[in-house]
Structure formats: structure tokens, C-alpha cells
Write a protein that binds this ligand. Structure first.
Ligand code: DGL
Length: 269
């Protein structure tokens, strides 16, 4: 196997929510080594200004590049919404965000051209999903809403109880009035709440999980550039964070869906 193929895939997020993307990457690309960086010391990004998210994203990217990765996944909807175009332009290695894969999947799924988008305040304010959807299909109308309370619910593991259900209900009931047949889960944490979200919006609404769609895009990009690892053995995962908050291992394992052997703390100078 050539050296480029053997290099790991780099993934970063504002915290450990991006492990939902890693979970999908492992499912699709089990032979790949993955280096993950979660900026837990500076989380959340979803309430911060675009300039700050841009600065943090550049630092995260440079940390991963020092780990000699072959491709970088911006596994954070907020960073993908406000920083991705600049990062793609600045970098000499492929950088993939979670936004475009999600928007493409939503555009393909909608029949009535009415799409709901939920995410952090920064993601929704950026209008990045709306713009991407319009570029793909100008006839698409969007309804968008920040759902910040989903983030602590997912981290607390309150995924399917009454409080999670009522929170989803009060956020998402207006979606029925808009008549969307597709809803983009535009935040790393939301796939964990698919169950309650699905109960509120009903079977007639397709839920687009940008984590799954991103993994499909990464696979395509690796094949296109002949970068897919063909080692035949299961890949490794290295998890780095900028702080080790309480319960990080438990919460991280919930997002990843499997045990995490080691979490290393790093500090940017
Ligand atoms: N990872 C963020 C996102 O997907 C959610 C958490 C945050 O606000 O930093 O937008």
C-alpha cells in the first residue's frame, strides 16, 4: 500500500459531538485510521461569531495537519457553515464539511421542495444550508430554526424521555404548518435525538442525517483520489481534546457507539 493511503483521516469538531460522524466513517470505512480532535475547552461554537469560529477552525485544522492526515473532515455544522469555503481554499489537502453532503441528500429526498433545517444559532444565522439548497435546486423553499436545547439533552443522554419529546414538540410543531417533507438534522448532536424528532414530525418527513451523508462523501473522495486504505485490518482511532471535562468518556462513547480506549489532552500555544 502506498504511503498516502496509509495516512489517517483527520476529523474535528467543537467538542465530542463530531464522534457521530466518526461512527459513520467507521461503519463505511472500517480500515481507515482516524485522528479526532474535539475543541472541548472552547465549546460551544454554535453561539460564537463567525470570526471566532473561523480562528478556532484554522487552529484545529493545523493541529490535524501536524498529525500527517490525508483528508480532513470538518465534523461540525457550525464550522462547516461559517468557515468551510475559506478552509478549502487555504488548504492543499481535501477538506470536507458536513453541510454540503446534508444539503445534497435533502435536495434529493424532497418531493414537494419544502425542506426544514435545524441547527445551532450560528448555523441557522449563517443561512449556509438555505444557500446550498437553493444552489442545488432553486425551487426549494426552506424553513429553519435553531434548536439549542437539543445539545445539552444529547450530552445528558436524555434521548427518548418526556422532556426530550416535549422539547422536540415545541421546536418542531410549526414544521407541519410549513409542510416540509424533509428535515435536515444540521448539528452533530441531533442524530442522537432522531427517535423523538421522528415521533414529532411523523413518518411522512424524511430525516437527513448529515453524519451518514458525509461518510458517503468521504468514501467517494478517497476512491476518486486513490487514497482509500487497503490494509485489510481494522483502523485505529486516536481522540484528542483541548480539555477533559467531567463525563467526557461516557458522553463520547454514547456519540461514538463504542468504547474509547484513550482520550488525550492537547494545548495550543
Ligand atoms: N458541533 C456543533 C455543531 O454541529 C454543536 C455544538 C456547538 O455548538 O459547538 O454545530
Amino acid at each position: 500500500m502506498n504511503d498516502e493511503k496509509k495516512k489517517p483521516i483527520g476529523v474535528f469538531d467543537s467538542g465530542i459531538g463530531g464522534l457521530t460522524v466518526v461512527r459513520e466513517l467507521i461503519r463505511r470505512l472500517p480500515g481507515e485510521d482516524i485522528v479526532y480532535f474535539g475543541d472541548t475547552a472552547r465549546l460551544p461554537y454554535g453561539t460564537k461569531s463567525p470570526e471566532t469560529v473561523m480562528r478556532f477552525s484554522r487552529q484545529n485544522l493545523s493541529f490535524l495537519k501536524d498529525k500527517n492526515v490525508k483528508l480532513i473532515v470538518v465534523a461540525c455544522n457550525t464550522a462547516s457553515s461559517v468557515a468551510l469555503p475559506a478552509l478549502e481554499e487555504e488548504e492543499d489537502i481535501p477538506v470536507i464539511g458536513v453541510l454540503l453532503p446534508g444539503a445534497r441528500a435533502a435536495a434529493a429526498a424532497t418531493k414537494n421542495k419544502r425542506v426544514g433545517v435545524i441547527g445551532t444559532t450560528a448555523t441557522i444565522r449563517s443561512n449556509a444550508y438555505e444557500q446550498a439548497l437553493k444552489e442545488i435546486e432553486p425551487a426549494i423553499e426552506t424553513w429553519s430554526l435553531p434548536c439549542p436545547l437539543f445539545v445539552p439533552l444529547a450530552e445528558e443522554g436524555w434521548l427518548d424521555n418526556e422532556i426530550a419529546y416535549l422539547t422536540a414538540k415545541s421546536y418542531l410543531e410549526p414544521l407541519a404548518g410549513f409542510g416540509a417533507d424533509t428535515l435536515v438534522l444540521g448539528c452533530t448532536h441531533y442524530p442522537l435525538l432522531k427517535g423523538v424528532i421522528g415521533r414529532v414530525v411523523g413518518d411522512g418527513t424524511v430525516l437527513v442525517d448529515s453524519a451518514q451523508e458525509t461518510a458517503i462523501e468521504v468514501e467517494g473522495m478517497l476512491d476518486q483520489r486513490s487514497l482509500r486504505s487497503d490494509g485489510g485490518t481494522a483502523g485505529t482511532i486516536q481522540v484528542y481534546v483541548s480539555d477533559v471535562p467531567y463525563l467526557i468518556k461516557e458522553v463520547g462513547e454514547r456519540f461514538l457507539g463504542r468504547p474509547i480506549e484513550k482520550i488525550e489532552r492537547v494545548e495550543f500555544k
